[in-house]
Design a protein around this ligand. Structure first.
Ligand code: PEP
Length: 252
C-alpha cells in the first residue's frame, strides 16, 4: 500500500551491548545494506557509550543514529546526564523521548518530555515521542484520554511534521510478546492523527505515527501494512541482527 512517507524502522537497543559485539552487529547491518535494496529509513538508537564509534562508521551507510534520551537543559551541573547538543555532536539525527520505561521507572511526565523536545528541536534533532496506555487504562476505557494527554502535553510548540514522530507504544505490549490487534493499532493511530489534526495546526494535518511493542519478523509485515502506520520502533528484536534484518526486508 502506498503511503505518504517512506517507512521508518527504528532500533532501540536500550541498555544492551558492549563495544566489540555491538560494532560487529553494526558491521553486519552495513553489509546487509550494501547487498540489497532498502525500502525504508533505518535509525539505530544505541546506548550512549557506542555513539562515538558508530558515528565514525556511519557516513555513507544510509543508516541514521539516534539517542535514547537527553536532558532538558543545554549543559551544566547535571551529573550523569547527556544533552541534545552532545547527541548532535555524535551526528545523531534523532532522539527518543518519553519512552514508557522512563515515564514509569523514572517518573518522567509529559511536561518534562515537552522541555526535552524543545531543546532537541532547537539543536536540530528530530524527536520520536512515545505515548501509550497501560492495560489498566485500556480496560477502563481510559486509553484515549491518556494518549490525548500525552500527545498534547509532550509535544512542544516547536513540533511539526519535519521534526517530530509519534510512537504509539502500548505499555502492555512492550517486551511482553503481546501485541494489540491490527484493528486496535489502526484505531489508536487514527485517534492520534485526529488529535494532531484538530489541536496542533503546525502539523498541517500530517503526522507520522509509528508503532512499537513486541514487533518481530512474524508480525511486522501485517502491522506495517496498516494504512496509518508510518514505521516501527523495535526493541528486543533489534538486538538480533538477522531478525532485525528480516523486519527491514518486510518493506524492501
Ligand atoms: C520499546 O521498548 O520501544 C519496544 C518496542 O520494545 P520491544 O520491541 O522489546 O517490545
Amino acid at each position: 500500500m502506498s503511503k505518504k512517507f517512506a517507512p521508518i524502522i527504528i532500533a532501540n537497543w536500550k541498555m544492551n551491548g558492549l563495544l566489540l559485539d555491538s560494532m560487529q552487529k553494526f558491521k553486519q547491518i552495513r553489509n546487509n545494506i550494501q547487498e540489497g535494496l532498502v525500502g525504508c529509513e533505518i535509525v539505530i538508537c544505541p546506548p550512549f557509550t557506542l555513539l562515538r564509534d558508530m558515528a565514525e562508521k556511519i557516513p555513507g551507510t544510509g543508516v541514521k543514529l539516534g539517542g535514547q534520551n537527553c536532558h532538558h537543559e543545554g549543559n551544566g551541573a547535571f551529573t550523569g546526564e547527556i544533552s541534545a547538543n552532545m547527541l548532535k555532536d555524535m551526528i545523531c539525527e534523532y532522539v527518543i523521548l518519553g519512552h514508557s520505561e522512563r515515564r514509569t521507572n523514572l517518573n518522567e511526565g509529559s511536561e518534562l518530555v515537552n522541555k526535552k523536545a524543545t531543546i532537541s528541536h532547537n539543536e536540530g534533532l528530530s524527536t520520536i515521542i512515545c505515548v501509550g496506555e497501560t492495560m489498566y487504562e485500556r480496560n477502563n476505557e481510559l486509553a484515549k484520554v491518556v494518549i490525548r494527554e500525552q500527545v498534547l502535553h509532550s509535544l512542544p510548540q516547536s513540533s511539526n511534521i519535519n521534526n517530530t514522530i509519534i510512537a504509539y507504544e502500548p505499555v502492555w505490549a512492550i517486551g511482553t510478546g503481546e501485541t494489540p490487534t491490527l484493528e486496535q493499532i489502526e484505531e489508536m493511530h487514527d485517534y492520534i492523527e485526529d488529535v494532531v489534526a484538530s489541536e496542533l495546526p503546525k502539523f498541517g494535518g500530517n503526522v507520522r505515527v509509528i508503532y512499537g511493542g513486541s514487533i518481530n519478523s512474524k508480525n511486522s509485515a501485517a502491522i506495517l501494512n496498516i494504512k496509518n502506520v508510518a514505521g516501527l520502533l523495535v526493541g528486543r528484536a533489534s538486538l538480533d541482527v538477522d531478525e532485525f534484518w528480516r523486519i527491514i526486508e518486510t518493506v524492501s
